[in-house]
Design a protein around this ligand. Structure first.
Ligand code: ZN
Length: 177
């Protein structure tokens, strides 16, 4: 995916708190966006270049300081799978919900659809969007049903820099003459 770090002024989609960018963490303690669950799509605060990751497991790690046989204190961490199959175990403090915006296109189990509303629903930590499909039907699509952000082939090629810069192209064409 392409991340535009220069995205300026952004409001938290959960509590409307003013944030630096789409990839900034909201630290409002009352913010709904502090809660995470399996299937949430997230970005990693300390390395946004990893792209969009999906929470695949919730881990309760014993962190008791005492030597008692029974663990009484646990830290919750999340196992996250990023693009290119990179898997990391991350603390919720370092996670930021990735929220799709209106008109963004996504690849879902039902095909390619377009986010149809600025509002999304949260139910027990699961986020869902109203998505418009090419047949004109809209449906409430959960994050678990979203396969990827849909990017056109051209965007993908530019992102991976497989297009030769114009100078190289000219040199190559001359060499062919
Ligand atoms: Zn917030």
């Amino acid at each position: 995916m392409i991340i535009n770090i220069k995205d300026s002024k952004y409001n938290c989609k959960f509590c409307n708190n003013s944030l630096e960018s789409r990839f900034s963490k909201c630290f409002n303690v009352y913010c709904q966006g502090q809660k995470f669950n399996i299937d949430n799509l997230i970005t990693y605060r300390l390395n946004p270049k990893l792209g969009i990751g999906r929470i695949i497991k919730k881990l309760e790690i014993p962190a008791s300081r005492s030597l008692d046989a029974e663990d009484t204190y646990f830290i919750t961490k999340f196992k996250v799978r990023f693009e290119n199959n990179i898997v990391k175990i991350l603390h919720p403090l370092d996670l930021i919900h990735y929220i799709y915006e209106i008109n963004e296109r996504i690849l879902t189990k039902e095909g390619v659809g377009t986010i149809n509303s600025n509002d999304f629903l949260i139910k027990e930590g699961s986020i869902s969007y109203e998505v418009l499909f090419p047949d004109g039907k809209t449906s409430q699509t959960y994050e678990s049903e979203i396969i990827a952000k849909y990017e056109t082939t051209v965007k993908r090629i530019i992102a991976s820099k497989r297009i030769d810069p114009p100078e190289n192209f000219l040199i190559k064409s001359r060499a062919l003459c």
